[in-house]
Design a protein around this ligand. Structure first.
Ligand code: SF4
Length: 364
């Protein structure tokens, strides 16, 4: 039986986060060695299957239609295009393909049917398949599970309090509801957040409380360092220091010992020494590929060189959990219901989001 605790308090996690650096690092590395092979790192490839034009107002995101950024939108990729990219990712050492679509929520229809076909196709390549498609109903989660989905990503982004300072078009409770819907299937949960958005330490810790008190905890927790993109409301944020990044990774490792802690956006700003410290502190997953949806990421060859230097090995697929079966569309037990769920729209005003929106109007 698992010894993982689900009753962490904010004070306890804050005490861990604020420990003397070396002590924190040592404790995290000790926990890491108890639960994981410290020389194995899971490698995922993130694929933007539908880019830009998103109706949401996430302050960090260059894909939000209301801000003026360099992102060029595109329609949903074809199944064949996705298959070709997945094969390339597999050849370069990735065990997982994560498909991201800039949608507020999943809508039943041809596009979702196409995504289900993409899931079937990649699962049949014997790779783990993850999707990040926005809010999701329970029936849609079941349809993805039947197609062979391994993981669903839905980040909490920050603490519940600070979330309101970053996003006004959807509520924190909807994030939790989607995670709960995924939990009604055998699909694993990937959920984490972003640091460097102007939040306080208490908000970073608040997010970890929200994740660590889920039962079960997410199987994967991405820790992103904000990539401040021109035109977004957070364009002027200072880069996250490596010390903060390591503290966040180490604290995540200690409070969620079994999870895969994933280094995500912001790796291009980190030296190899910095990344090595993150691996030592318990990070055991990265995103590979030169783009993370729309922001830059280290080149695959550079990552493989780093792995060689550090003696790290890419994790094989389906080590943590068995490969799901794929049910073909015609044999599916779960059909499209055409649901119209009432996801929240808080629509409170976030000054910097409003300013970025107004500025975008003058630039178009
Ligand atoms: S983070 Fe996702 S939901 Fe938010 S604006 Fe970007 S694509 Fe849309």
């Amino acid at each position: 039986m698992s010894n993982t605790r689900h009753n962490w308090t904010k004070e306890e996690i804050l005490d861990i986060y604020n420990k003397p650096f070396m002590e924190l690092l040592y404790e995290a590395a000790t926990v890491h060695r108890k639960y994981h092979d410290p020389n194995t790192v899971q490698v995922s490839t993130l694929l933007s299957i539908k880019t830009g034009g998103c109706p949401e107002d996430c302050g960090y995101c260059p894909q939000a239609a209301r801000y003026h950024t360099d992102v060029e939108g595109n329609d949903l990729m074809s199944v064949q295009q996705v298959k070709a990219q997945a094969l390339r990712a597999k050849a370069s050492g990735s065990s997982r393909v994560c498909m991201g679509a800039a949608w507020r929520n999943v809508k039943d229809g041809q596009e979702f049917d196409d995504v289900l076909e993409m899931v079937r196709t990649i699962n049949k390549l014997d790779m783990e398949v993850c999707c990040t498609l926005g809010m999701l109903t329970e029936n849609q989660a079941h349809r993805l599970a039947e197609a062979g989905l391994y993981a669903y990503n839905h980040n909490l982004d920050s603490s519940e309090e600070y979330y309101k300072e970053v996003i006004s078009t959807r509520g924190f409770e909807d994030r939790l509801q989607t995670i709960d819907n995924v939990r009604k299937t055998n699909v694993t949960v990937c959920s984490g957040g972003i640091i460097g958005m102007g939040e306080k330490t208490e908000d970073r810790v608040g997010m970890l409380v929200a994740l660590a008190t889920l039962n079960p905890q997410p199987e994967s927790v991405p820790i992103n360092a904000l990539v401040a993109v021109d035109g977004t409301p957070l364009e002027d944020q200072e880069p996250v220091s490596i010390w903060d990044m390591v503290r966040m990774v180490a604290t995540t490792r200690i409070v969620m010992p079994e999870t895969q802690v994933r280094l995500s956006a912001g790796r291009t700003q980190m030296s190899r020494e910095g990344q090595a410290m993150c691996f030592f502190a318990g990070a055991n997953s990265i995103f590979a590929g030169d783009k993370l949806l729309t922001t830059p990421n280290p080149d695959v060859n550079e990552d493989m060189e780093m792995f060689k230097m550090l003696g790290l090995n890419p994790q094989k697929p389906f080590i943590k959990k068995m490969q799901p079966n794929t049910v073909e569309a015609e044999d599916s037990k779960f059909q499209a219901l055409g649901e119209k769920p009432k996801w929240s729209r808080p629509e409170h005003k976030i000054e910097r989001n409003e300013e970025a929106k107004e500025k975008a109007k003058t630039l178009r």
